[in-house]
Design a protein around this ligand. Structure first.
Ligand code: ATP
Ligand code: MG
Length: 215
């Protein structure tokens, strides 16, 4: 059995065409089904539906052979025990620093002010500000980061931005681009060796589809 860990929402939707190219069609829609283990048209392939941040953990411990996770999530996890053979070029967005409209971020940085930064991405944020030589107090949040600067919890947030619509709706502006984000295929290293005959063709099919989409 090949087990693939996926999260619901945009990653699941954008993964469907890749799975189809590898000959895998889920037998249920995780958005409407409450099942956490979803069968497919192939007897030897099943999907497990987990939180986006939990995908690397399931693959690391071999509870899933393959998974699809955002680079944002992989950077926080650290990637131990994971082989990351392929950028799938899906769920694209940017990791950015954002502040309240009118907040003088450049000025605060120039003055060497100590900034309070709220984020779910403490590892990436830590690295970013350390590389810039900016002193920060990081505040770990698990969601709705946009709220933090509005109620005085933080001066800035580090969050994913795609259209910028959520920032705009909350009167925030992006002031710094940290890195581009997309989702990657992650593979358990032991599974790749033990189940090479079945996993490698899937990796090849994914790679061919990504190349075709890019071209
Ligand atoms: P929840 O929103 O339910 O708390 P989550 O934030 O863990 O869960 P999603 O919002 O579905 O999950 O995000 C899953 C992955 O999709 C992220 O890890 C990231 O790689 C990518 N992603 C997140 N936000 C965006 C976005 N605005 N545009 C494109 N991709 C995104
Ligand atoms: Mg989210």
């Amino acid at each position: 059995m090949i087990t693939i860990a996926l999260s619901k929402g945009r990653i699941f939707e954008e993964t469907l065409p890749l799975l189809a190219a590898a000959g895998v069609v889920p037998s249920e829609d995780p958005e409407s089904s409450r099942k956490l283990i979803i069968g497919t048209n192939r007897d030897d392939v099943r999907l497990i539906i987990v939180r986006a941040t939990d995908v690397p953990t399931y693959v690391q411990y071999g509870a899933a052979d393959l998974g699809i996770a955002g680079k944002d999530v992989l950077l926080e996890h650290g990637g131990a025990g994971l082989y990351q053979p392929l950028d799938l070029e899906i769920a694209k967005c940017k990791l950015m620093v954002a502040v309240r409209e009118g907040y003088d971020y450049e000025g605060a940085v120039k003055q060497g002010a100590r900034l309070r930064v709220a984020t779910k991405y403490t590892h990436s944020a830590q690295e970013h500000f350390a590389a810039k030589g900016v002193h920060v107090d990081l505040i770990k949040l698990y969601g709705s980061m946009e709220l933090a600067p509005l109620v005085g919890l933080a001066d800035a947030i580090v969050d994913l931005v795609s259209t910028g619509g959520t920032l705009k709706a909350n009167k925030l502006v992006a002031v710094e681009h940290i890195r581009d984000i997309s989702s990657r295929l992650v593979v358990n290293q032991a599974a790749l060796k033990l189940k090479h005959d079945r996993i490698q063709p899937m990796l090849d099919a994914f790679a061919a589809t990504v190349a075709a989409n890019a071209g």
